[in-house]
Design a protein around this ligand. Structure first.
Ligand SMILES: O=C(O)c1ccccc1NCC(=O)[C@H](O)[C@H](O)COP(=O)(O)O
Length: 210
């Protein structure tokens, strides 16, 4: 069954709700922006979560020592990189934590070199100029079919409770990652989180892209 990561959490109650609703992973944005979780808040949430929920820190071209410090301080299980971090950066970080490298997909299709990165998973998100992530916009999911990647594929960008089952059935990703689609007026919406996780579960258990 496709796993669900809910991204951009900033408060403890919503994070605990998402975990109880069945999210496999929760994301904390450390890059500047309206979804940024401060280190103390992210640490508090990470320490309160049940043991089998993955804690993922989201970074954009942050200095390596800063990312490593947040991994230790918050107890992150994985980092998700949304900038132009090169393979060597991913390899160095991969010595201490699982690395998910995000690539942005636009009209030109998939980045040719995404299979060359030494990472635990590749995330495909929508290319929106001026946005590193969390745009709420979808790309043409057909581009993410049969990628031939040797690492698990995470599908992101504009997923909602209404479209997630269709996207997952088409792409057969290892996991989906959602932020805007489970918000109302810019805040995480518990009803949407529960609906999205239920809908993702309905996508079936076809062989995964991994
Ligand atoms: O969400 C953000 O504000 C953000 C800012 C900078 C880098 C990444 C960011 N989010 C990354 C995510 O994991 C999102 O879930 C992913 O891009 C999908 O977002 P959405 O289209 O809003 O579901």
């Amino acid at each position: 069954m496709v796993k669900v990561k809910i991204c951009g959490l900033t408060d403890l109650e919503t994070a605990l709700f998402a975990a109880a609703a069945g999210a496999a992973a929760l994301g904390f944005v450390f890059a500047p922006g309206r979804r940024r979780a401060g280190p103390e808040q992210a640490r508090l949430i990470c320490r309160a979560l049940p043991p089998f929920v993955s804690r993922v820190g989201v970074f954009v071209d942050a200095p390596l020592p800063e990312v490593a410090q947040m991994v230790d301080y918050c107890g992150l299980d994985a980092v998700q990189l949304h900038g132009s971090e090169p393979p060597d950066y991913c390899r160095a970080l991969g010595e201490r934590v699982r690395v998910i490298k995000a690539f942005r997909v636009g009209g030109a299709g998939l980045p040719a070199d995404m299979g060359d990165y030494p990472v635990a998973a590749v995330l495909l998100d929508t290319l929106v100029p001026g946005r590193a992530g969390g745009s709420g916009r979808a790309f043409d999911w057909r581009l993410a079919q049969n990628t031939g990647l040797k690492t698990p594929l995470i599908l992101a960008g504009g997923l909602t409770p209404e479209n997630v089952a269709r996207a997952a059935a088409l792409v057969k990703p290892y996991a989906v990652d959602v932020s805007s689609g489970v918000e109302t007026d810019g805040r995480k919406d518990r009803k949407k989180i529960a609906r999205l996780i239920r809908a993702a579960g309905e996508a079936g258990s076809a062989p995964l892209q991994m």
